[in-house]
Write a protein that binds this ligand. Sequence first.
Ligand code: GLU
Length: 478
Amino acid sequence: MKVRVRYAPSPTGYLHIGGARSALFNYLYAKKYDGTFVFRSEDTDIERNIEGGEESQYNDLKWLGIIPDESPFEMNPKYAPYRQSERLDLYRQYAMQLLEEGKAYYCFCSEEEVERRKQEQLDNGVKAPKYDGKCRNLTKEEISENLKKGLKPCIRIKLDPKDIFEFDDLVRGKMKFSSSDLGGDFVIMKSNGYPTYNFAVVIDDHLMDISHVFRGEEHLSNTPKQLAVYKAFNWEAPKFGHMTIIVNKDGKKLSKRDLNVLQFMSQYRNKGYLPEAIFNYLLLLGWNGKDNKEIYSKEEAIEAFDEKNLSLAPSMFDQDRMNWINSCYIKSLDDEHYLAFIKPFLFKVLDKDAYSDDELLKIANMFKEELLFGEMIVPKLERIYKPTYNLSLEEVEFLNLDTNPTLYKTIIEKIQSLDHLDKENIQQLFAETRKELSLKGKSFFMPLRLKLTGSHEGIELYNIFILLGKEEIIKRLS
Ligand code: GLU
C-alpha cells in the first residue's frame, strides 16, 4: 500500500507546537516509507478562521523543513481541491447518498430543543445524555412538509447501538469503543449546509487515499465517530496513531495561555531559534530514540524514525532542553550562516552602517558559545555598548573598594602605550597589573567589569576590552 499521510490544520490560528509535532510525525512517516505528505486546509469553521492562518501555517511548516508534497499551493489534480471550503459539493453529494440509502436522516430539531431534551435526561439521572432520535423515523410527508415550511434541517447519521468499533492504534495498541457511547446519532451536515469535522475528514481522507493518520490524543474520541462514517460507506479506514498530550513542567496539559513556554513558531523565529533545532526538539517530544541520542539531523531523524517508539507517556515540554538543543545548532553554524542568523539581533544594538561584515562577525563570535537563542545577544551587547548601571548592593560594594582608583589609573597608563588591543597583549596587561598591585581574582576583575559595563556578568574581560577599544576604556575608567 502506498503511504499517504496528511497534516490537516484548521486555519483558526497560527502554527503551534502541538500542530507542528503532528505535522512532523506524519512527515517522518511519509519520508521513511517513501510516501506522500499532504497539507489539507480544514477551513469550514468560517467564524473562527483567521486572516492569513492557512498561509502562515504552511510557511512555518516549510521554514521548519516539514515540506508538503501536496497542498493548496501544489495540487495533484487527482486529489484537488485541498481546501474543505472548496469541497462542499462533495460533502453534500456523499451526505445525499447516505440519505438515499437510509443510513442518515434529516433532523429538524433546533439546537436549543436538543439541548433542552438532553438536560431533561440529565435531570432524570441519565449520566451521558444523547440525541434522542426524535427525527429518526419521520415519514416522507412530514419531511416534505417541514421543508416546505422553510425549516432548515441538519443531517444525522443513523448509528447502530450494537456496533463496536475496534482498531489498532499505532501508538496505543488495541482500542475499543461502543457505538452506544457516542452521544446518539450525530450530525454530519449542519443546517447551514456545511459538513461537520467528523464527516468531512472521512470523505477527504478516503478520497485522498490517506493511509495513515497521526494526530493528537484530543482526537481519540472522534475516531469511533469517523469509523461509523467509514462503515456507513463501506470504506476501509486508514490506520490511526494518537500521540500523547504535551504537558508543561507541572504535568498539566500545555495551554496556549501558558506564558512560560514559547508555543508558536513565529515566537521561535523572532527570538532566534533555528528551524533545524526545533525540528530536532519536536522529534524528541513524543518519540524515544536509541542510546539517549539527542541531536538528530533531518536525514538521521528519517532514518532512525520508527513508529513503534512513539511514546505513551505524556510528553513534557522542557524549554531548557529546547534551548540547549538550539545552542548546539548555533555553535555548529559556520561563519557565513552564523552571521546571517545573528545580524538582525546585532542591529538591535549596533548601528547598521558603522560596521563591516568582518567586524560584525568578530563581535558576534565572541558571544557564540554562550547563546541559547539569537535574541540573547541583545542584552549582552547592550551591557557593552549602552550600559545602564543598575547595580545590586553587592556590586556597589565592589565599586567602592579602596584599591579601585589605583587599579583604574594603572590600567589607563598601561593601555596608553599599546598601539592596538588583542587577546595576548590585554592578558599580559592584566597579569602585570595584578602582580604590581597584588590584586586577587574578584577584587581585580569585578570593579573593571562593573565600571566598564555596569554588570558583573558578560563575556571574557579581554573581549570586553577589545570591543570597547582604547579610547572608550579610558573614558569609562576615568
Ligand atoms: N482540523 C483538525 C484539527 O486541526 C484535524 C484533525 C485531524 O487530524 O483529523 O485539529
